[in-house]
Structures are given as C-alpha cells and as structure tokens.
Design a protein around this ligand. Structure first.
Ligand code: FE2
Length: 170
C-alpha cells in the first residue's frame, strides 16, 4: 500500500474532522523529514510514515466511548481498529504487527524500542507541544529525556526556542 493510499484512506475515514486530519498530516510530514535525515532504508521509512498517518486512529472512538482521548485508552483501543483499517490491503502481517506494536505505546516514550517508534514519538511531540500548549518546563524535560534523533531535536530547538530558553532561565 502506497503512503498516499494510506493517507487518502485515513482522510476518507476521518469524517471531515479537520483538526484530526491536520494533526496527522503534520505528524507525517515531520516523521518523513526525520526518517530522511536518519538515512533509513525504504521499508523503515514506509513504516515511519504509515505509523504517523494512523497513530491516532482510536481518537474518534475514544471521544465517543469515554468522552475524551485518554492516552491509555487510546493505546488500548488501537489494535482492533488498525486490523480493520488494513484488512484486505496488501500490507504484510509482519508490517501490520509492527504498526500495532508502535501505536499501542505511542504515548509511552519510556517503552521506545526502535527507530520508527522513536520517530513517531518525536514527530507527534513536535505537533502536540503547540497544539496542546505544553508548558516550557515540560518541553525542556521531554527534550532532554526522550528526543534522540539529530533532526527531531534540531526541529524542536528551532520551533520551541523561546519556551526552551524560558525553561533554562527560570
Ligand atoms: Fe498524535
């Protein structure tokens, strides 16, 4: 399945929710930039982008079922939705299992177990730090604890320079 096909399928299933759509489009763009900069092979790059597109697949269900997008519930609800999303496509069982594994812990940065997982966490954070107005100290701590790639760290430093400076001088 080509990346554009996954993106179009995801958009077609997002019910016109532009906040959701714009979120994962941004995350996918950052993930692609970081994956390129890391010099990953094509298959791993594909995984990074595919994971970024579908990483919040359970948000609509969680809003309906629990009234919010609690991180743990999101992780728990993702697997079944991902199996349904990729059913009947040419995505291999091995790739699907990897996508499920990464997305089932995409709010658990202490469990990162591979470069695709690392890149998803960084790309999502680059978007969320602004979208969810994270405080300066939180961004500073997260950067120093979980950011690992040169490109992701550089982007965070550039995009959140003011907040990082604020945290360092507090
Ligand atoms: Fe996200």
């Amino acid at each position: 399945m080509k990346i554009n096909e996954i993106m179009l399928k995801m958009i077609s299933e997002s019910d016109g929710n532009l906040d959701d759509i714009e979120h994962y489009v941004k995350v996918t763009c950052y993930a692609r930039m970081i994956a390129d900069a890391e010099g990953l092979d094509e298959k791993t790059k594909w995984l990074c982008e595919a994971e970024a597109i579908v990483h919040d697949i359970s948000c609509p269900l969680c809003r309906k079922k629990y009234g919010n997008t609690n991180h743990k519930m999101q992780e728990k609800e993702s697997e079944a939705l991902l199996r349904e999303f990729f059913a009947g496509t040419d995505v291999s069982e091995e790739d699907l299992e990897r996508i499920i594994a990464v997305i089932s812990r995409h709010h658990s940065p202490h469990l990162i177990d591979g470069i695709d997982n690392q890149i998803l966490i960084e790309a999502d954070y680059l978007v969320n730090a602004n979208q969810s107005s994270y405080p300066a100290a939180a961004i500073h701590t997260f950067r120093n604890t979980y950011f690992r790639t040169a490109c992701g760290t550089k982007m965070l430093d550039l995009m959140y320079a003011e907040k990082l400076h604020e945290a360092e001088t507090a």
